[in-house]
Write a protein that binds this ligand. Structure first.
Ligand code: PA5
Length: 344
């Protein structure tokens, strides 16, 4: 896992190239410079769905059509011939995604499959839809570059999103610099991810992002702590949490002191959210175990998103190591999938 994480910048570069070079068949013509597409839907689960959430937030600033993510067997009723569906499954064998793919095909949607192989690649190829193949052999959650950037490349080629190549370049250069300070050879005194892991150890990490900027990064941190560290974690977003969760910081006392909060900060957050974070810290700081602020680095949207993902990914692996756990296997997911396949 540490090696795969170290290679994230190279993975992102390769993922981008794959998306730019992928054969799209007649898709550009049927999309007619994006005009034939009324909405974009990403369907997937777990590590294969988070790229869809990242895409949704990324696209929000510029796209003139809505983006949504589906994590279910069936798609919403509005999906039809004018929907571009990315069916994303790293293994290519996740039953919900295969079922949603079939649903998209039945409704005449435009489909692109993003996978390392499996049944999804077979089905999409047989049905004549574009298949973007990414390398297999790593865990889906550590393939975040492969399962996100090719979709931006395709959407750019279809005229739905603007050229993102400069953003990809900035993100990769930034990640290369960041890994020197986040990687295993950098000592804890200078390593933000190791410091966060130490704070999370034997506590319940609670990650607060912000709607429209870091909301998916907060989900990502939670998921990475769950899957890599095999530990419970929780997330929420500003400003919504100021309207409910903040009130829940009164009980139960023994639990509150074991909460370790992280506020994710992005330069594009609404100025009032900055004020909300500050006031929230003043109101609840004494009640919880601790609050850390982690700021996005970089200029472009993509660089800022990935800078925060990188800090959280490394922190989740270091937390696994503090617990004496191998971050890679996800035995409970594997057992659940096995039991489900036997229960047909
Ligand atoms: O990280 C994981 O292993 C899971 O969250 C998987 O991504 C999830 O179970 C879906 O599998 P796949 O990505 O192969 O479609």
């Amino acid at each position: 896992m540490l090696e795969v994480l170290w290679n994230l910048p190279e993975q992102c570069e390769e993922a981008w190239q794959r998306g730019m070079a992928a054969a799209l068949g007649s898709l550009p013509e049927v999309c007619g410079s994006g005009e034939g597409v009324a909405q974009v839907m990403v369907t997937g689960l777990g590590g294969s769905a988070i790229g869809g959430d990242l895409l949704r937030v990324y696209a929000q600033e510029e796209a003139s059509i809505p983006f949504a993510v589906n994590r279910d067997y069936l798609l919403p009723a509005y999906v039809g011939p004018r929907t571009l569906v990315f069916a994303v499954s790293y293994s290519g064998n996740t039953e919900e995604t295969l079922s949603a793919y079939d649903d998209a095909r039945r409704r005449g949607a435009k489909i692109v499959a993003l996978t390392s192989g499996g049944r999804l690649a077979e089905k999409a190829a047989a049905d004549g839809f574009p298949v973007i193949l990414v390398p297999g052999g790593i865990s889906p959650r550590s393939a975040s570059g492969y399962l996100f950037l090719p979709m931006i490349a395709v959407l750019q080629r279809l005229g739905i999103l603007a050229d993102a190549s400069a953003q990809v370049e900035e993100a990769c250069a930034l990640l290369r610099r960041m890994r020197e300070n986040l990687g295993p050879s950098c000592p804890e005194e200078e390593n933000l991810s190791k410091q966060l892991a130490r704070k999370f150890y034997q506590r319940l990490p609670v990650i607060y992002g912000t709607s429209g900027t870091t909301e998916t990064v907060a989900v990502r941190w939670k998921g990475q702590i769950n899957e890599n560290s095999k530990a419970m974690a929780y997330y929420n977003v500003f400003p919504e949490l100021n309207h409910n969760e903040i009130v829940g910081t009164e009980k139960p006392d023994p639990l509150l002191q074991r909460l370790e909060l992280v506020f994710l900060v992005d330069s594009a957050d609404h100025p009032r959210v900055q004020a909300r974070r500050q006031i929230t810290q003043e109101l609840i700081g004494e009640r919880v175990g601790g609050i850390s602020w982690v700021e996005a680095q970089g200029t472009s949207r993509l660089a800022r998103i990935y800078s925060l993902i990188y800090v959280g990914d490394y922190a989740s692996v270091y937390l696994a190591l503090l617990y004496g756990i191998d971050p890679t296997p996800v035995r409970l997911i594997d057992r659940l999938k096995q039991r489900l396949s036997e229960a047909r």
